[in-house]
Write a protein that binds this ligand. Structure first.
Ligand code: PMP
Length: 407
């Protein structure tokens, strides 16, 4: 099985043919097309958008607008004004908790999250609940790593205001059935908003936010082959229009009176200050790149590499994987442990062989407690990986077992 995208497209990987990069769930490497798009913005169209009355500023405004429309199309959001640029997925989720949440959650209300959440979709809701005296409930997971829908349904009621859940777990690779969860919430708690963390889904699966039917969907650019420092929040228009702003200042205002201010229309109402145009432009180029590969193929590629890795790991003594079994529907993320070898030792041994994996709690401590693991190792795949990368990982794991057997 070859890589889906030529390694030569990725300058960092091309510069070091020995490097086996298996940490794309943390952040993905960048194709040259993304770097070129950013350079072209600075070389040809650079000015502060929305401000100047001169042609160059109008061009920068048009470039920024085109990037918004491109990313909205990638995520299946028909109304590009409902896509806000943020600093990342973490900020997108904090924005919802800090604005809609503060305006709508009161003492005695209930906020529901799942046990699979990354801290970015857990802590903002936990803190909002503490601030408001709201009830904070954690829906457990089924054996396949998706949220237990029966238990989730039992947590929904007239005081439920928020149901926040991940699309794809960054630890387990399990894919939640978003539409089914949304239908459950609509039926049992129609007053609640659904907030979906798409950080690990947007880079790996075809995503259509409109079809999923969630109220809010967050994602981060840097995992989608785009730049760091840019993310998106797609929200339902009526909710975005009704909720208070996030940061205040330039660009997001309509009028500033001495005593009070009124707000610009969306998306500008949520984008105070000079925007990250280079981030938006780079992310739009990443969407072009991913769409040219085809997101259905990207998904299948990640699933097959994950399956290959799991099958190989399970032939190693003491190896254990978490999440959906080999061959099952999943994203290209595999968490595992290897007998007595601590995940941090394993990642150091692999690093010496040029193999980059992640070890630790993966910013999901509530999930790690439930898995009964303080830490796991995690390998995650992207379009530039192939079966030789999986073989290098497995060879490194065998070497680690040998080392520990003779220690
Ligand atoms: N949610 C999930 C599921 C993630 O994997 C991550 C990144 N590890 C985040 C949220 C946060 O993304 P960022 O750090 O890019 O804001």
């Amino acid at each position: 099985m070859s890589a889906l995208a030529p390694r030569a497209d990725f300058p960092l990987l091309a510069a070091d043919p020995r490097l086996v990069y298996l940490d794309s769930a943390a952040t993905a490497q960048k194709p040259r097309a993304v770097l070129d798009a950013i350079a072209a913005f600075y070389a040809h169209d650079y000015a502060n958008p929305h401000r100047g009355a001169y042609a160059l500023s109008a061009r920068a405004t048009a470039v920024y607008r085109a990037a918004r429309e491109r990313v909205a199309r990638f995520l299946g959001a028909a109304d590009a004004d409902t896509l806000l640029f943020t600093r990342g997925c973490t900020e997108s989720l904090n924005l919802v908790a800090g604005t809609w949440g503060r305006a709508n959650v009161a003492a005695g209300d209930r906020i529901v999250v799942t046990a699979a959440e990354h801290h970015g979709n857990f802590v903002p809701w936990q803190q909002l609940a503490l601030e408001r005296g709201a009830e904070f409930r954690i829906a457990p997971l089924a054996a396949d790593g998706t949220v237990d829908r029966v238990h989730l349904a039992s947590l929904l009621g007239p005081r439920t205001k928020v149901v926040a859940f991940t699309h794809v777990s960054n630890v387990l690779g399990a894919i939640n059935p978003v539409e089914e969860i949304v239908a459950l919430v609509r039926a049992a708690a129609p007053q609640a908003i659904t907030v979906c963390d798409g950080a690990q889904a947007a880079p790996h699966l075809p995503v259509s936010v409109d079809a999923l039917g969630v109220d809010f969907y967050g994602a981060g650019g840097h995992k989608m082959l785009g730049p760091m420092g840019v993310g998106v929040l797609v929200g339902r228009r009526a909710l975005l229009e009704a909720m208070p702003p996030w940061l205040t200042g330039g660009d997001m205002i309509e009028f500033v009176h001495d005593e009070r201010s009124t707000w610009n229309v969306i998306p500008h109402k949520f984008e105070a200050g000079t925007p990250n145009v280079e981030g938006a432009v780079g992310l739009a180029a990443a969407c072009d790149y991913l769409d040219a590969l085809g997101m259905a193929r990207v998904h299948e590629h990640g699933r097959r590499l994950a399956t290959l890795a799991i099958e190989g790991m399970l032939r190693l003594p003491g190896a254990r994987t978490h999440g959906p079994p080999a061959g099952a529907e999943r994203a290209g993320v595999v968490s595992f442990t290897l007998g007595e070898v601590h995940p941090h030792d394993l990642s150091s041994i692999l690093d010496a062989k040029g193999v980059c994996i992640r070890a630790g709690h993966h910013c999901a401590q509530p999930l790690m407690r439930r898995l009964g693991a303080g830490a796991t190792a995690r390998a995650s795949f992207s379009v530039y990986n192939d079966e030789r990368d999986v073989e290098a990982l497995l060879a490194g794991m065998r070497a680690a077992l040998d080392l520990f057997a003779h220690a």
